[in-house]
Design a protein around this ligand. Sequence first.
Ligand code: CP
Length: 302
Amino acid sequence: MNLLSSKDLNAKQMRDLFLRADKLQPISERLEPMSTELRGKTICNLFIDNSTRTRLSFELAAKRLGAEVLTFVPGASSISKGESLRDTVQNIEALGVDAFVVRHPDDGAPKAITHWTALPVINAADGNNEHPTQALLDCYSIREVVKTDDFSDVHVAIVGDIKHSRPAHSDTIAMTALGAKVTLVGPTELLPESPAWKNDQVTLTDDIGAINDADFVYMLRMQHERHGNSFDTGSYINAYGMTAERLKSLKPDVLIAHHGPMNRGIEISEDVADQFQEFITRHVTNGVTTRMAVLSMLLEES
Ligand code: CP
C-alpha cells in the first residue's frame, strides 16, 4: 500500500490509524523505550525538496520504531550529474530499503515512483498537490482537542495561498471525510477555480469574515517563491493575516495553527504566533506520532 493522497484513506482507515497512533504515542513522546516493531527494516527519506519538520519527524518516527533510516541528500547525489529520478529510485532499492518517503517539487512525482518500485511510497509533499501526512497530523491534533474523531461539529478555516498549498488540499479531503465543515479563504488570485477536491462541506471565499465562527484557523505560509514576491506583504497582514486585532472578531476559544515554516509578520503577527505557540508546536510533536502510525501500518501491510 502507498500513501500518495488523503483520498487513499477513508474515514474508518483514518480513525484506525489514530488508534494505532494513540498506542505509539508513549514511545513517540519518549515516555516508553523505543519499539522494535520495524527492526531490520530500512526507510529511505528521498527528499528532493527542502524540509525541516517532515523529514526530521519521519526520521525520528522510523528510528523510534527500530528501523534504520537512509537520508538522500540531492545536492551530494548523482542527480546533480543528471541521473534520472527513476534510476535513482531503482538504485536505492537495489541497496536494500523497505519504503520510500518522498518530497519532490513536481506534482505527481511520488505517484510516478510507484510505477518503478513495488515498495511502499509515502508522499511527503509534492509540488502544489498534496501533503497527506500533514493532514493526518492536523486531524490528530484537532481530535486531541475535541476529544472525538467525529468532526461533524467542527468548523475549520484555512487562510491564505489556497491555490498552491499542499496541506490545504490534503486537509480539506481528510477533515471533510471526518465530518468537518471547511472554509478556505484567500485573495481571489490565490483561490483555485474549481478544485477536484471540493465537496459540499467546503466553502471557497475571499471574505475573511467567513472565519469568524471557526473553531480552528490554519494560517498558510505566503509562498514567496511561487509569486515572485508580487504580494504587498504590508497590506496582506491587514487583509488576511492573523493579528491580535483580527483575533477579537473570532470565537473566544478559537485555536490558531500554522503548518510551518511561518513568516512572522506576514501571514501571522509575532504576538499571535507566540500566543498559540503551544498548539502550533503540538502539531509538530504529533507529526512524529502519526508518522510512526503510518510507517507501522504500511510496512505491516507490505
Ligand atoms: N509543514 C511542513 O511540511 O514543514 P516542512 O516543509 O519543514 O517539512
